[in-house]
Write a protein that binds this ligand. Sequence first.
Ligand code: HQG
Length: 180
Amino acid sequence: MGKTDKLSVFISLVLRHNPDAAGITLDEHGWADVEELLAGINATGRRIDRAALEEIVRTDNKQRYSFNEDKTLIRANQGHSIPVDVELKEQEPPEFLYHGTADRFLESIMSQGLMPMSRLYVHLSRDAETAYKVGQRHGKPVILKVHTGQMARDGFQFYLSENGVWLTGKVDAKYLERQA
Ligand code: HQG
């Protein structure tokens, strides 16, 4: 992993899970003060300035972060484990979305359903290819096709994050179909 990638992983840890790792706090909407974040990261011995941070945000392969309008604040678009309200937009999902996981989790998922685990929401992908990549992070990938249209008709809510990740609460196993 290159220097910039390592910094990006650290920023994602700070903005999603553990702001204290950079000695900062997030507000209720998940925003960190950019100056505080930069000072906090530098205080850990890592080196970053505003230009480097802007470059990380601009080039992030999953567009994980957003600045506010005047670029004084920054937050992660999704993926949090700490309770913040990033003002997600509720949206009607397509008929199917996908979830990539590892084969060792399958039995548990098929009996308990998909749970948010350490995060605030279950994360769903718009296509099977993306889900496959997500599954690979955990082990031997398995793709689940999620009957999101039916879920919506049954009253479940869905949100689309700024960076195009679909989020919802617990997914009952009856809405899951193994795809590969
Ligand atoms: C599994 C990445 C056992 C679930 C990705 C997953 C995504 C269960 C793991 C985002 C279960 C949690 C989120 C159950 C769920 N029994 N295992 N009942 N219910 N699981 O990392 O969806 O690169 O918290 O299948 O691209 O893998 O970080 O969630 O395998 O968008 O930006 O428990 O993170 O983006 O793992 O990934 P995670 P995820 P970033």
